[in-house]
Design a protein around this ligand. Structure first.
Ligand code: SF4
Length: 396
């Protein structure tokens, strides 16, 4: 009896969301904890069709692994390297240019700059490397490399360098069309002893939320998102999504929310942890669409290579950056599928597949033009059609 009453209530909540009513946090808790995965994903897919139509996008990018030393340690990370590791990356300007230019020839439009968290605060090797290229901070060097890539190749920079100060973001805004900072989770318990963020002060949700708010005050189109299955509760997935929603309602600058599944990796402290169940992950994706109906919701296709097509049904409208050239250095264990295969699966599921820039079309159309500096608009206009997507004659 109790079960059927709960089920009816879940149906009623979902019915209201389909009618465009705003969902409360308590209702969202009830949905994520219900066993009705098919129903929830079906409703999320319908809301995506209402709000976003049949278009699923991706960003054709090169991944510039500028420096992979990091002052922090997260228990699931294989990106961070020690200076003695043969895979440690401390890129020269020539190396950056070579990758970006190769990307230009392959019709990429995004130069994704990724770094560890302020490596110069921990490693003398990072400080010496920065000195050798004429800088004292990673952000200064990213800024110079972004300018160089922009001018010499026309690729549009998007930086993910973790938690940044407002001053650092103001510097990057001149050359980056958008920035990325994953919230990962709003759960403070993940900072506790033995938890994944115990040794990663930059992953403190207070720090990440401040970075997101500062980016909002600076009017920077910003990508954020969640890492699902690292020890958070299902309610904390909902809490995290509501925090992103609150910030976006205040500043209007969140351009996409990435929902990423934790994948246990060899030689990490979490290698024996189970990944989130497929149902739990699907409900997390669907909840992001239900809580943020107008948002661009992205799931990367490479972390679950055989089943990523299922995420279309759960309400996504973007696959994120996919590179025809470089690997995913954050998840080197998971090669990207070919762009052709992602397009094929998207089409077969009844959706159109198009390339977008690392800044979403809605930010190009905004009457508030402070989101995109004029200088960057000139580069953007060369690549886009009237809808703000990458011109079809530029890339299929
Ligand atoms: S996930 Fe990011 S912050 Fe954490 S250790 Fe890896 S590079 Fe550093």
């Amino acid at each position: 009896m109790l079960k059927s009453m709960t089920d009816i209530s879940v149906h009623e909540i979902l019915e209201r969301t389909l009618e465009g009513k705003v969902i409360s946090k308590d209702d969202a808790y009830q949905i994520i904890n219900s066993g009705e995965t098919d129903l929830i994903t079906c409703v999320a897919g319908a809301i995506r069709n209402q709000k976003k139509g049949r278009l699923i996008t991706y960003s054709r990018k090169v991944f510039i692994n500028l420096v992979n030393l990091c002052r922090d340690t997260c228990s699931y990370c294989t990106y961070k390297k020690e200076p003695s590791d043969k895979l440690a990356s401390l890129m020269t300007p020539q190396h950056v240019f070579t990758i970006a230019e190769a990307g230009r020839r392959l019709r990429c439009t995004e130069a994704l700059f990724v770094t560890g968290e302020k490596p110069e605060q921990k490693y003398s090797q990072a400080r010496e490397w920065l000195r050798s290229v004429g800088h004292s901070s990673t952000v200064e060097y990213i800024s110079e490399m972004s300018e160089m890539v922009l001018q010499k190749t026309g690729l549009l920079p998007h930086t993910n360098a973790g938690s940044l100060t407002k001053k650092e973001m103001r510097t990057l805004k001149d050359t980056n069309v958008s920035l990325g900072v994953m919230l990962e989770s709003s759960s403070e318990k993940l900072m506790a002893k033995g938890m994944p963020h115990e040794m990663a002060p930059s992953k403190n949700p207070k720090v990440r939320l401040k970075t997101l708010r500062d980016a909002g005050e600076l009017k920077i189109p910003t990508t954020t998102g969640l890492l699902v299955g690292i020890g958070e509760s299902s309610e904390e997935i909902v809490d995290s999504l509501f925090m992103i929603k609150d910030i976006h309602e205040t500043y209007g600058h969140i351009q996409e929310v990435i929902i990423q599944n934790f994948a246990p990796k060899p030689v990490t402290a979490m290698e024996k942890f189970l990944p989130p169940s497929h149902d739990y992950f699907l409900r997390s994706i669907a909840l992001s669409r239900i809580i943020l109906p107008e948002m661009n919701v992205q799931v990367p296709p490479n972390l679950t290579p055989n089943i990523f097509g299922n995420y279309i049904s759960a309400g996504i409208n973007d696959w994120g950056g996919i590179s025809p050239l470089t690997m995913d250095y954050v998840n080197p264990e998971f090669p990207w599928p070919s762009i052709e295969s992602v397009k094929y699966i998207t089409n077969i599921k009844g959706h159109n597949f198009r390339a977008r820039l690392p800044v979403y079309p809605e930010f190009l159309r905004m009457s508030d033009d402070k989101f995109i500096p004029d200088k960057l608009r000139n580069y953007i206009e060369l690549l886009t059609d009237a809808n703000g997507l990458v011109r079809e004659d530029y890339v299929a």
